[in-house]
Design a protein around this ligand. Structure first.
Ligand code: NAI
Length: 335
């Protein structure tokens, strides 16, 4: 049996990893800690470590892992903006990811955020539990015929486009690699901002996409636009979003990700003081719906994540090539 150090383990991770790892000759040391340069020490005796979106695999952490004899890092996610791939190569650590596990799960969550905000069901839920059946303030919008601007039409974005077409929305999109023949009208970013009633983000966080929804982008959008983000928090300038929510320029925001989320997301911090005023104020607005990076969290996706991760680790231990290995050249643009 090869033992691996499994960082930031949650009870829902264990269900599928416990079911699949033993048959691949892998035993798992579950760690509640997040990976960083200090906690790297907890991987002693392991040739591989496994991490998720809130772990940090920067040069110091990778150097510490390498010094302990760790030769592989298996990500339980698709995005890898928290891993220094070049530093991993320099420290002789092979990095693997799960490129796709359930694009429909993520797209459905984006749609759930949109429908909830459009029909105020988050308000109705709390109201009716108090036996308050008043409809005052619950007037929604009918999305049929409205224009949704989708930024990034890869695996998740394409599913989201199809779902939006299913409810009668007009879909326009911006992507540096358009897919033709799917009934999507590709437009330039400035046109997308100008024409969209709803903007949904589905591109990765890269140096090019950092704060792509910037203060100036908010100037260009339609009054009352809905913003949906299930991709990465730093695609949006959060302070600019808050200011535009407060001014009424943005009609609603559904956020599954937040740019400073690692300080709070995935943990119960309800009894702690929250020092992030931007997040505090976003959470306090009636037209902002925040979920804690849960778009991936379905039974199907958890199973697929475990299957691919275990297979990535098996490939590493058996010395077999894997298409899921990340190389510096391929990832240089996708930080
Ligand atoms: P993907 O790689 O299949 O698609 C990304 C698309 O973005 C591609 O079509 C690409 O050409 C496009 N793109 C790249 N740079 C761009 C730019 N500068 N401007 C416009 N488009 C650009 O990725 P997938 O699987 O669809 O995932 C999308 C994102 O969703 C991921 O990057 C990840 O950050 C996020 N995600 C979030 C999850 C959650 O639980 N909230 C779960 C899984 C993914």
């Amino acid at each position: 049996m090869e033992q691996i150090a499994f960082y930031d383990a949650k009870p829902y991770d264990k269900i599928w990893f416990d079911a699949l790892a033993p048959a691949a000759g892998i035993s798992i040391r579950y760690l509640e800690n997040r990976l960083d340069k200090e906690t790297a020490l907890l991987a002693h005796g392991c040739r591989a470590a496994c991490m998720f979106v809130s772990d940090t695999a920067d040069e110091p952490a990778l150097r510490a892992l390498s010094a302990l004899g760790v030769e592989a890092l298996a990500l339980r996610c698709a995005g890898y903006n928290n891993v220094d791939i070049s530093a991993a190569e320099r420290n002789h650590i092979a990095v693997y990811r799960v490129p796709a596990y359930s694009p429909s799960s993520v797209a459905q969550h984006a749609l759930a955020l949109l429908l909830t905000l459009a029909r105020r069901t988050h308000k109705a839920f709390t109201r009716t539990r108090e036996r308050n059946f008043s409809l005052e303030g619950l007037t929604g919008i009918d999305l049929e015929g409205m224009t949704v601007g989708v930024i990034g039409t890869g695996k998740v974005g394409l599913k989201f486009c199809q779902m939006c077409m299913g409810i009668g929305m007009k879909v326009i999109a911006y992507d540096i690699n358009p897919i033709w023949g799917m009934g999507i009208e590709y437009v330039r970013m400035d046109e997308l901002l100008r024409r969209s009633d709803v903007i949904s983000l589905h591109c990765p966080l890269t140096p090019q996409t950092y704060h792509m929804i910037s203060r100036s982008a908010f100037h260009a959008v339609k009054d009352g636009v809905y913003i949906i983000n299930t991709s990465r928090g730093a695609l949006i300038d959060s302070q600019a979003l808050l200011d535009n929510i407060k001014s009424g320029k943005v009609g609603a925001a559904g956020l599954d990700v937040y740019e400073e989320e690692t300080d709070y997301f995935y943990e119960d911090v309800s009894s702690k003081v929250m020092s992030d005023d931007t997040l505090n104020l976003l959470l306090s607005q009636p037209n902002v719906l925040v979920t804690g990076h849960q778009a991936f969290l379905t039974d199907q996706a958890l199973r697929a994540i475990a299957e691919t991760t275990v297979d990535n680790l098996r490939c590493f231990f058996e010395g077999v090539k894997s298409p899921n290995r990340l190389r510096p050249a391929a990832s240089a643009a996708a930080l």
